[in-house]
Design a protein around this ligand. Structure first.
Ligand SMILES: [Zn+2]
Length: 319
């Protein structure tokens, strides 16, 4: 696609990549005597035909590729099914190990915190007791009930651990087969959803729109001067072409949003337009700070299931 010859309004011709990777007006890459927009080139009939022909060729290649794949699978369905399900089982095994490590760390952290709390309580208690003993000595009067109180305070402290519960499926992630979703490569719009809890470093499921797979991801980052040194999250949109397409260019109009749990009018939303190509298949930005996300006033964080919901509504346009 990149090297496709496109006719220019000035009569010269240029490569596809030099024209359609520009979003706004740009100087003519050949004669440099005028400015143009990629849209102007689309009004030239010859270009339209060339693009239709090329996109037909790409679709046909994709179809041929699928047909070849199908031939392969057709003869040995069990082998391929075993392979893909074994791979999935390995992922589940791997997830188990990850969670064990994560839980162990959290348990240790929590344990250390509890010990520190107990130590603080002990110091406070000791001070209090010393105070009481002093008072009794000062009065020089043996008050039986005060002494019993002090003796009671010296036996095992009155702490207990409250019961806790763990939701294993939430920790592990639920089984969500891709087949559950209807893949429709002819649609041009879709909303990608990502529910996050705990680590803020996740990828959403992949959604198919116009022969591409799309997903969003967040990353938690710290210490950025633009965000006043606060911890913030990056939100990114990724584009993966299907089949063996090596070159692509696709325009995307996207609306990133962080859902307000009770009123969608109060979602935090940011819009962007971007051209995705094989050279730049991802786009995103610093979305917002953790303080804003967690602030109960903003209504983004759901304390009941310890989660937030991010969405990317994307509109995909092939040139
Ligand atoms: Zn020109």
């Amino acid at each position: 696609m990149d090297d496709l010859s496109i006719s220019l309004p000035c009569g010269f011709s240029a490569k596809y990549k030099d024209i359609f990777y520009n979003c706004d007006e740009f100087p003519c890459p050949v004669c440099k005597t005028h400015a143009l927009k990629s849209k102007e080139c689309l009004t030239i009939t010859k270009n339209r035909l060339v693009l239709i022909e090329k996109s037909f060729e790409l679709k046909k290649n994709h179809y041929d590729h699928l047909l070849k794949e199908f031939e392969k699978y057709k003869n040995e369905p069990k082998i391929y099914l075993d392979e893909s399900f074994d791979c999935f089982k390995r992922k589940v095994d791997h997830r188990r190990e990850e969670i064990k490590v994560m839980l162990n760390e959290k348990i240790d952290e929590y344990h250390d915190g509890l010990l520190a709390k107990i130590e603080t309580k002990k110091c406070a208690k000791l001070k209090e007791l010393e105070e009481k003993i002093k008072q009794i000595e000062a009065l020089d009067l043996v008050n039986l009930s005060s002494v019993t109180n002090i003796l009671n305070d010296l036996i095992e402290p009155n702490f207990k651990l409250a019961n806790s519960s763990h939701n294993i499926s939430k920790l592990f992630g639920q089984l969500n087969l891709k087949e559950d979703e209807i893949d429709d490569d002819s649609c041009t719009e879709k909303t990608i959803e990502l529910v996050e809890n705990d680590n803020f470093d996740l990828y959403s499921k992949k959604y198919i729109v116009q022969n591409f797979e799309w997903s969003i991801n967040t990353r938690k980052k710290r210490n950025n001067s633009e965000m006043n040194g606060e911890t913030y999250i990056d939100l990114n949109l990724y584009c993966y072409p299907l089949g063996n397409t090596k070159e692509f260019s696709v325009k995307v109009d996207a609306l990133f949003s962080l859902s307000n749990k009770s009123n969608s009018m109060k979602d935090l939303s940011r819009n962007f337009k971007q051209l995705f190509t094989q050279k730049s298949p991802a786009w995103g930005f610093k979305f917002t700070t953790m303080n804003k996300i967690m602030n109960p006033k903003n209504g983004f964080y759901d304390a009941n299931d310890d989660s937030i919901t991010l969405k990317a509504a994307i509109k995909v346009e092939l040139p």
